[in-house]
Ligand binder design. Structure first.
Ligand SMILES: Nc1ncnc2c1ncn2[C@@H]1O[C@H](COP(=O)(O)OP(=O)(O)OP(=O)(O)O)[C@@H](O)[C@H]1O
Ligand SMILES: [Mg+2]
Length: 258
């Protein structure tokens, strides 16, 4: 396992008006690893990744990327660093085909016209590199795809841009058993290809199946960051539901000490 994290967040605070949603949150992601981000509904997982992705600007906190301090204040800043997020509410356009979706807003041009051949080639190569074989044609409309295939396209879109960190917000939430297995395999492959993957999931079976590390958020605080192999299912459930599990986690959950 690599030691230096690709992405390191320290002391991140985020409030919406008077409500503080994230409290001094630390998070690290390592190349070649899947870091599962777990926590109950409303714990702050999506807010945290939106801060990382530049959709929200954190009120305080440090971002270190590849060992350098960086500032992320827009999605463009995050994308320039190689951070891509596949959001919980999938941002794919039904009325466009796979290639159009993958290049939406970042189309390749040759002079004034779209360079369809290059885009098709890049899309096909990316899907191929991820061993995606269930999609019949890359010119298929996204509306004709299954939930799992859509998720696959959204993930492929995220890795198309030489990304280094890919964050997936509940990629299997709406999927059946077989499609979940396919998407999890894809998640593992992303890490095996050298990416740092952050996977938000409520499903602990998925978390244990695919992650190397687990970061547990509890009421906007990072309760624990552990290696998956060092904890049990029951301990993670406790971290999620009460912020601590024996020696692990927040030792004073009502106060602010971690
Ligand atoms: N734009 C916003 N304005 C005000 N409050 C917000 C906003 N977005 C999120 N919140 C609040 O922040 C808290 C954390 O929400 P968030 O969506 O990050 O949780 P989550 O861990 O992703 O939950 P889930 O598992 O349900 O997706 C919640 O209490 C939510 O109501
Ligand atoms: Mg969420």
């Amino acid at each position: 396992m690599s030691s230096q994290p690709v992405l390191e967040i320290r002391g991140l605070d985020k409030s919406f008006g008077p409500v503080q949603v994230l409290h001094h949150v630390d998070l690290t992601a390592h190349a070649g690893e899947v870091t599962a981000l777990v926590g109950d509904n409303g714990a702050g997982k999506s807010t945290l990744v939106k801060c990382i992705g530049g959709t929200y600007t954190a009120d305080a906190g440090e971002y270190v990327f590849d060992g350098r301090p960086v500032h992320i204040t827009s999605p463009r800043d995050a994308a320039d660093l190689g951070i891509e997020i596949v959001y919980q509410d999938l941002a794919l356009c039904d009325n466009l085909d796979i290639v159009q979706n993958m290049f939406l807003g970042r189309e390749k041009r040759s002079g004034l016209v779209l360079d369809e051949a290059t885009m098709e080639e890049m899309a096909a190569k990316t899907l191929d590199g991820l061993s995606v074989r269930t999609v019949k044609s890359i010119r298929q409309l996204v509306s004709s795809l299954s939930g799992g295939q859509r998720q696959t396209v959204a993930i492929a879109k995220a890795v198309l841009w030489n990304s280094k960190v890919v964050i997936l917000d509940e990629p299997t939430a709406a999927l059946g058993v077989a499609q979940t297995a396919q998407v999890l395999e894809l998640v593992r492959r992303l890490a095996d290809n050298g990416l740092a993957v952050i996977l938000i999931s409520h499903n602990l079976n998925d978390v244990f199946a695919v992650s190397d590390r687990i970061s547990a958020l509890y009421l906007g605080r990072m309760a624990a960051q552990v290696k998956t192999s060092d904890v049990t299912h029951a301990q993670v459930v406790e971290l999620i539901t009460s912020g601590r599990s024996g020696e692990l986690g927040l030792q004073n959950v009502n106060g602010v000490t971690a």
